[in-house]
Structure formats: structure tokens, C-alpha cells
Design a protein around this ligand. Sequence first.
Ligand SMILES: [Zn+2]
Length: 372
Amino acid sequence: MKRVNGHEILTLFEQWSPKRFAENWDPIGLHIGQLNRPVEKVLITLDVNEAVVDEAIEKGANLIIAHHPPIFSPLKHIWTDTPQGRLIEKCIKHDISVYAAHTNLDVAPGGVNDLLASRLGLADIEVMEPTISDPLYKLAVFCPVEQADELRRVLARSGAGAIGDYAGCSFTSTGTGRFTPSAGADPFIGEVGKLEEVTEERIEVVLPGPLRSKVLKAMLAAHPYEEPAYDFFILDQRTEEFGLGRVGKLPEAMELKEFAQFVKKVLDVPAVRIVGDASKSVRKVAVLGGSGSKYIRAAKRKGADVFVTGDMDFHSAQDAELMDLAIVDPGHHVEKVMIEGVARYMEQACLKKGYDVSFIESQIDTEPFRFV
Ligand SMILES: [Zn+2]
């Protein structure tokens, strides 16, 4: 097993939940500490408060991955006789780093919203509100026939040619390449000053924009030629869309009041608020972790019968009622599903890499609301 530092762990995490998925107002990333120190235990939590930091100290975790950013607005000072100042002081004194993955983890496939959709047992899941899609590129590279198989393998390993559920997609055509090596060249085929003709393959692969430099680097490293010939094209197509919230279907329709009881049970909350006729039949469900008041129209546009989200405000609830969109509000804290979700995902990812690190699920209840 390999000893690792925070940077290596979070590089793996960001392959799943990249920073570019975050909304631009969202202060995600490293909040406190540094990532160059060795890490053996990581504490996963929804929120960071002093009790969570104490838990990290007690359990020997020196990296905390949280969903809610602990420093949301820029600080003008760190006064250690205030709760937030004390929290920062405690983290620094105990060499504990804190990293936040917020809207990027909401958007990530398998992240907060998918975890909620899966708890609700939804099928045929789609994104509710697309926020990001990447431009698609095509790489065409010319290579001697004998080396083409190896180059196709390298391109596939670097992530090129992944289309939907298919990996390693490419197209190859054969033709003739011509070149004359000049003085100073050290050609793989041919000799200086002599026109050479080589049977070459033109390999075409598509790739999402963010992979461009990785694929190019891998191709250049694997290509036998000193000066490989290749073209990058930007296509008038984009990758699949990523976004906030999910919409899916229950296995069968149920009445709103029955669905509300089901939500209470599967999301493990003591109470929910509902909007709409309790006997309304619901089957298509929209779900968005956190505060979803702003997204009632997106849920309606997707044809949802009911929208499960937290922090529903009075006027948005009235608007939803008018548009015949039922609401089940289980509170904001149901995002706690990320604790187990992130721990399991990261355990698997680190195991595959042989990283010697364990993930601890925080046991601190950070729900501020109590029901009386
Ligand atoms: Zn939240």
C-alpha cells in the first residue's frame, strides 16, 4: 500500500467531482491547511463545526472533506474568541486540512443528487437543470501501420474515444504519407535528404475538451515519429450535459401523503412539509439536495408531479401550488447522504490505486432544526 498526501487523494476525488462542475459563486476547494502532508485518515462530513473538528482530532484524521464550505464569505480577520476563528485555530494547531466540494458534488454523476435519487428508488434518471456541457474535439493522427494498434491503445487509455457506454471508439483509414527528412533530423523511417513514402493509418478519435492536453501528451509520447502529423478539430457537438437536480420515476404511482411517508423513511428525517393535495397521485419525481425554491419551474418543465427539496420558502410554495407541482420538503440536512456516498466512492477509488488511507463517516449531527 502506498502512503499518500492530501493532494493525491483530492486529485482522485476531483476526477469524480471536478472543480469546473461548481457554480461560479461557490467557494469550493481547500479552505484551511495544506495538501502536501501525508494523510492516513479522512473524515467525511456535511458541515464543519467545532464538534466535527474535535471528532477529527479524536479519530486521528488530518483531512476533512465537507460538502458545505466552512468559509463562505471572505474573512476580514480571524479572531480566535469567535466560533469560526476558534474552529480555524483548532484546525491549524492540530494540522487538520479542510476541503469543500459543494455544487460540484451536487452536479457530479453519482454525487449528492444521484445519491438522493437512488434513495428514492427512482428509475430513468435524467438531469433536472443542465449547467455544464463540454465542447467535443476530434483528433486525427497519422501513424505507420505497424505502430497504429499501440497508438490506438494509448489513445483509448488516455480517455479518447469514449462515447456514451462505449470506450476506445476510433475510425481508421489507410493512405500514403510522404516526407523528406532535412539535415539535423533523426527519422524513425527513411534517411536525410531522401523523399520517403510510407503506408500510414489515419486514426480518428473524439474527446471532450477538458481531456485535450492529456490526450495530446499521451499521443506525442507514444507516436514513433519525431514530428507526428495530427489535426485537432472542434466539433459542432457537445458532450453529455451535467447539472443540478435529478428527475426520475417511481416504480409505481402513489398518493402524495403516502409518498411523503416514504420520503421520511428513506431519507431518515422526523418530519416533512408538503404542498399540494395529499391525495394527488405522484409518479414522476424531481429531487434537488439543499435549497430548491429557485428550481420549481425547472422541475415543472421536466414534467415532475412532485419536487423533493429543502428550504422551500412561502412564496415559492404558493407558486408551486398554482402550477400544480406538489412539494415534499424534507429539509436541507438530507444532503447528509453524501457522507456515506463519498466515503464509499473514495474507499473504492483509493483501493484501486493501492493508496493506504481510510475514510471515516462523521457521526456528528449538524442538523440545527428540532421538531416539537
Ligand atoms: Zn447544502
